[in-house]
Design a binder for this molecule. Sequence first.
Ligand SMILES: [Fe+2]
Length: 211
Amino acid sequence: MLCHLNYNIDKEFFRKAFYDNYDKGSWHKKGNIVFDKWWKVFKIESIVSSITKDLGIENLNILPRFSYQVANSTLNSHIDKDRIVGINLNLFDEQPEIIIDSKIYKYENALIDVGSKVHSVIAKNKPRLVLKYAIRNPWSEIYNILDKRGLIDHTKTYFDNPNYELYESKILDSDKQFIKWNQNIILFIQYQFKQHINVIWLVPIVILAKC
Ligand SMILES: [Fe+2]
């Protein structure tokens, strides 16, 4: 599920903030693998505090970051761990695209159920830069906060998802294989095999991952 937001961000200011703090970031990692297509800058709470207050999410469990994806790269299908909900605010002129359940969404600023719905991101010939809030609170709680502030763009959201008001956040059993946590375990096990380490003790973890 993706809900478009009625919110404008000072892109120039926050783009500059990203470049000014670029050195504090790092490439995304999955276990021992460095994914050198996706640069993240954390610890930006004070920089984005005005936005946090505008959105009314200062009392939620939030983790904001600048998220930069290089041109011509793909984030394969996955579900973010911990059932997080994302608020993505575009900082480039070009609108980013996200594929959710095989449907392509273009957005400027959006609330996205990235911790429950399978999604992928393809940066085409231009890079992508978003200010992303990862929020560890239920979808409905966040939606209601934003809606009370008039920040849900109902018209635009209806156009993309006519049944959006009936939406319930949940992970389908068939989608559990896409949860990042499970994928990290698979990568870890593959690494252990490569290292010729006795993996018998990993069996319970595999069983757990399938739950
Ligand atoms: Fe994601």
